[in-house]
Write a protein that binds this ligand. Structure first.
Ligand code: PEP
Ligand code: MN
Length: 354
């Protein structure tokens, strides 16, 4: 249950209300919202107490979320959440582009790719160092060394970096290299031990939707992160399993307007893993932005035929530039802006997205 208190309710009254609930062994969270106090009661409220709360003079409105979440519910904030990944804002009304290879494939490769995606206008650099591969015989990623190469390339071109974390034991490694955003992959969306561990890492999380996860399960996973200390969650729709086999997955754009109603969290779309086919990615990127996505995340490789994973769906840097140009147009068409980009590149090697 979410208690939306009247604007102007004093801190003393908020504390008294929370103390009253805590005495009944009900855990409460106070929203960071500044326009009014909002209190989430995360445990089930007995009926008699619910009636008292409805009549309480400080309570303007009681909201019951659509599913098993509280802190990520739309009603827990008045505004949409803004999540900062380095100097890049997600959810602030500006459209953001995350781009990079599926896997980090070496220091020189990463430097070259970072320079090219930056020049094409991307804001955040992606690259997997710990890879969740379907086959144990496929390239598993360079691990720790890959994170170093990713971060070095990101710093060289003034881009924050995002990379997938697969195991709670990797948190320290991600911290060592100051990875700006931790990606939870589709295959790990409901790995609750992992979610609890990374929630305490102090970094924003890109939470991909599970292969067959419902929106309710996905928001439940986001709630784990928020409840265990990480309010900075970016949701990522990356296609779901359906009967269709012509594409790798089915991009579910329906969730974009739905999530706007159900949660305050920013949402990005990954059309690369959804479609699996490069020619489909530009139109799907445009559609995602038109439907309200806060950004897109795409895989780019300068030589897709040499890629060690997901080469078949990789875009060329020139194709990314086209997606960025379209993103600007689409953003303007729906009254949004294209993110101006991280402010400064180190040692002048990067280019501004403008
Ligand atoms: C990836 O981003 O490379 C990846 C493995 O994505 P997903 O978890 O969505 O399959
Ligand atoms: Mn991939």
């Amino acid at each position: 249950m979410i208690l939306r208190l009247w604007p102007g309710t004093t801190q003393e009254d908020v504390s008294a209300l929370r103390a009253m609930l805590e005495r009944e062994a009900l855990r409460t969270f106070l929203s960071p919202e500044t326009a009014r106090p909002i209190v989430a009661v995360v445990d089930k409220v007995p009926e008699a107490l619910a009636r008292d709360l409805a009549a309480h003079p400080a309570v303007e409105q009681i909201v019951h979320p659509q599913g098993e979440w509280r802190l990520v519910d739309r009603s827990y904030r008045d505004e949409h959440s803004v999540v900062n990944v380095g100097a890049v804002r997600f959810g602030g009304g500006e459209v953001v582009v995350i781009a990079g290879p599926c896997s980090v494939e070496g220091a020189d490769f990463m430097h070259e790719t970072a320079g090219r995606v930056r020049a094409a206008g991307a804001h955040v650099l992606r690259g997997g160092a710990f890879k969740p591969r379907t086959s144990p015989y496929s390239f598993q990623g360079f691990g720790r060394e890959g994170l170093r190469q990713l971060k070095d390339a990101g710093e060289a071109f003034g881009m924050p970096v995002v990379s997938e974390i697969m195991d709670a034991a990797q948190v320290d490694t991600f911290r060592d290299f100051d990875v700006d955003c931790l990606q939870v992959g589709a295959r790990n969306m409901q790995n609750f031990t992992l979610l609890k561990a990374i929630a305490r890492a102090g970094k924003p999380v890109l939470l991909k939707r599970g292969l067959s996860a419902t929106v309710k399960e996905w928001l439940g996973a986001a709630e784990y992160l928020a409840a265990y200390g990480c309010p900075d969650v970016i949701l990522c729709e990356r296609g779901i399993r359906t009967f269709e086999t012509a594409t790798r997955n089915t991009l579910d754009l329906t969730v974009l307007p739905l999530l706007r109603e159900w949660t305050h969290l920013p949402v990005v779309v990954d059309p690369s893993h959804a479609a699996g086919i490069p020619s489909l990615i530009p139109p799907l990127s445009r559609a995602a932005i038109a439907a309200g996505a806060d950004g897109v995340a795409v895989e780019v490789h300068p030589r897709p035929e040499e890629a060690r994973s997901d080469g078949a769906q990789a875009l060329l840097p020139g194709e990314l530039a086209r997606i960025v140009a379209d993103a600007r147009v689409m953003a303007a068409a729906i009254g949004r802006r294209f993110h101006p980009g991280p402010r400064r590149a180190r040692s002048g090697q990067g280019e501004r997205a403008g």
